[in-house]
Each structure stands twice: as C-alpha cells, then as structure tokens.
Write a protein that binds this ligand. Structure first.
Ligand code: ADP
Ligand code: MG
Length: 359
C-alpha cells in the first residue's frame, strides 16, 4: 500500500547548518499490517510519519501510495491525506467544537456527507471508543485519555485506509495510557492498517505485525516482534530493546586511578537509581578484579552494563594482549576470586582474557 524508497530529509537549522535526519529510508506497508516504528528519540520517527502524508516535504526519494507517487507535483495531496488519518501526541481537537462536531465537521465539508449521515456515523464511532455520553462535551471537559480516544474516532470518521499514530500515549497521565492502547488494539484486531510510533514496548510487541527500528537515519533493523524483541541482530537494537546503559573505562596499567574509577561507578549507579549498596558492591568487585586477578599484561578495559529491562548488571574486564586464560590461572584459593564469586551470580570467561561478572 505504501512504498518508500531512498527517502531523505534534511532540515536547515536556524544557524544555517544542514541536519540530515532521514538518510536513506526504505520500507513498505501492506494492507492490513500494523507496522510499528521504534527508536531513540530524535532519530526522525515523527519526521518519517510526517513525510508519509507530506506534512513534511521530503528532500529526495520516492513515496508511493497504491502506486501513486505522492511527491509528484501533479498528485492531489489532499486526496492522499484523506486516505491517511493521523493521530498526534497532543490530540489536536478543535477546542471550540463539541466532541460530536469534531467528528462531523470534516466528513461534511470534505466527504460531502449530510449532517444526519455524519452524526449517525459519529455516534457509532463514539460508542466504539466508549465516549457515547460525551458527544455534547467540549474537549476541555474530557480527560487526556478521553480526548485521545475522541481524536481516534475523529480520524476514523474520515474513513481512512491507514492510520498513522505519532506517540499517541506519550502526553497522557500513566493511568490513561491503557484505555487508549485498548482502542488501538481493537482497531488492529479489526484489520485496520496502521503505522504506529510508540515507546510502549509491551504494546508494540503485542499489536505489531512488523517492527522497524529506526536509527542513524535508516531502517536499522526490521522484523517480526519475536525477531526484534527476542533475537535482535545488531548490538544497537539489542541495547535499545533491553534499555542497556553502559559505562567504559580503560585502565592503562596497574597504577590506574582507583578512586577516580570509583567516582565514575558511583555516578553511573546514581544516574540509574541503583543505590549505594549496589554501587559499593560494584566498586568492591572492580577493586578485587583489577587489584587481585587481572594480570595487566597490557591495558584492561572495563565495561559496566546495566539493563533497565532485566535490572541485571554485568561487569566485563577485558585484558588486552591476553595470552592465557585468566580464571584458569587464578588460584582457586585466591581470596580476591572467592570474594568476587561471593558477591556475584556468575563469573565466567567467555573468551580468553575477558572475564564477565554478573550481579
Ligand atoms: P523523533 O520523532 O524520532 O523523536 P523527530 O522526527 O521529531 O524525531 O526529529 C528528528 C530530528 O529532526 C531532531 O533532531 C529534531 O530536532 C529535528 N527536527 C525536526 N523537525 C525539525 C524542523 N522543522 N526544523 C529543524 N529540525 C527539525
Ligand atoms: Mg517524535
């Protein structure tokens, strides 16, 4: 239904510099699919959605909707937009119109429906999103979750063939997220074609037929929810999915700055709310590993990874120029090794010279 090839979007910043947000986007959305777009903020997810219905003018590339090139000057973009509904983060309801009037205005003016027809359909749609009794209210009288459900109903009133959702729940109070997601889920079950930008990972996983991970201006990785969530192929995707935070230090030799390193660990743990107990443990393990176990036959690289999803912490000590395995060559009676083992859930050496300690 939608075909995107080599889409590029360059913004000009106020300072006059060029900012390439979308470098080379290629993707397809077929009828009946629910395609979710995920990725770090600022990677151009909104820009991509806005390019799809030309709210944003692409710099170059091809976007076809059912074979029609929408970037062609001769294409009537308002006709294309009518087929593509868009739901925004901030609802964009007409504040001075009642909820029902919000739903009937465009069908009457743009689709040429009679008031009776438009109101009948409007009430059906309000019923579907659970707002039948709010028809006469102004948007200001509704909660955020209700406003967003009304915005979805308004979008449906235009009988779109596809709906683009741009972070539909990110402006909502957490207690109202699920009512909006439930409506979107219902549409998915009915076979509505949708493209959803969202940070609600569990929802994205449940509802999507396909997921695009956007990063560095390209579709960095794409696949089914299982592929993206269970078995992401690229480290950046994996880190995003598991929300892995890392900090790295290179210790050149034995005389490294231990207290400087402790400070860095303390800051890292504080930033992710890990508390002083965890931070003390990480420092203790680091000291035993670096002062009692690592041979320092070259620099040692320490990487600390924290997964916000699993709450797991992994400390990796990588010995450059390692010639022999470290753990096998450490005395089983080594006090340092016993202490590290005692404070962690596992100590392994997946490859020669690299010791992983999991907490
Ligand atoms: P996302 O939705 O993934 O968070 P956006 O598409 O909103 O990302 O923005 C991507 C980048 O493009 C950001 O760095 C943003 O500042 C920049 N950007 C977005 N719109 C404009 C604009 N109209 N002019 C200049 N820069 C913009
Ligand atoms: Mg955005």
């Amino acid at each position: 239904m939608i075909k995107v090839r080599h889409l590029k979007k360059v913004f000009r910043t106020p300072g006059g510099d060029e900012l390439t947000v979308l470098r080379d986007i290629n993707c397809d959305i077929e009828k009946g699919e629910v395609v979710s777009i995920i990725g770090p903020s600022g990677t151009g997810k909104s820009t991509l959605l806005r390019c799809l219905n030309r709210l944003e003018e692409p710099t170059s590339g091809v976007i076809e909707v059912d074979g029609t090139d929408i970037l062609d000057r001769r294409t009537d973009i308002s006709l294309i937009r009518r087929r593509m509904g868009m739901v925004f983060q901030n609802f964009n309801l007409f504040e001075h119109l009642t909820i029902l009037d919000n739903l009937t205005l465009c069908p009457m003016t743009l689709l040429g429906k009679s008031r009776e027809e438009a109101e009948k359909r409007g009430m059906e749609l309000l019923g579907m999103v659970g707002l039948h009794d709010k028809a006469g209210c102004l948007p200001g009288e509704l909660s955020g979750g209700q406003k967003q459900r009304a915005a979805i109903a308004r979008c449906l009133a235009m009988e779109p063939e596809i709906i683009l959702f741009d972070e539909p729940t990110s402006a909502l109070d957490p207690t109202m997220v699920s009512e909006v997601l439930a409506v979107i889920r219902h549409l998915a079950n009915q076979g509505m074609t949708m493209c959803i930008v969202s940070h609600e990972m569990q929802f994205v996983r449940d509802v999507s037929t396909r997921i695009l991970f956007l990063n560095e201006g390209i579709v960095y990785e794409e696949g089914t929810p299982e592929q993206i969530f269970e078995n992401p192929q690229k480290p950046v995707t994996r880190a995003f999915i598991n929300r892995i935070r890392t900090v790295e230090s290179i210790l050149e030799n034995r005389h490294f700055d231990l207290y400087g390193l402790f400070g860095k660990i303390h800051t890292f743990c504080g930033k992710y709310g890990l508390g002083t107990k965890v931070s003390d443990k990480v420092e203790h393990i680091t000291e035993e590993m670096l002062c009692g176990i690592m041979p320092f036959c070259g620099p040692v690289k320490l990487t600390i990874e924290y997964s916000e999803k699993t709450s797991g912490l992994t400390l990796t000590f990588r010995q450059e120029n390692a010639t022999t395995t470290i753990l096998d060559n450490t005395d089983e009676d080594s006090l340092s090794l016993m202490m590290v083992r005692g404070m962690s859930t596992s100590v392994t050496e997946p490859e020669t010279g690299t010791v992983c300690v999991e907490i």
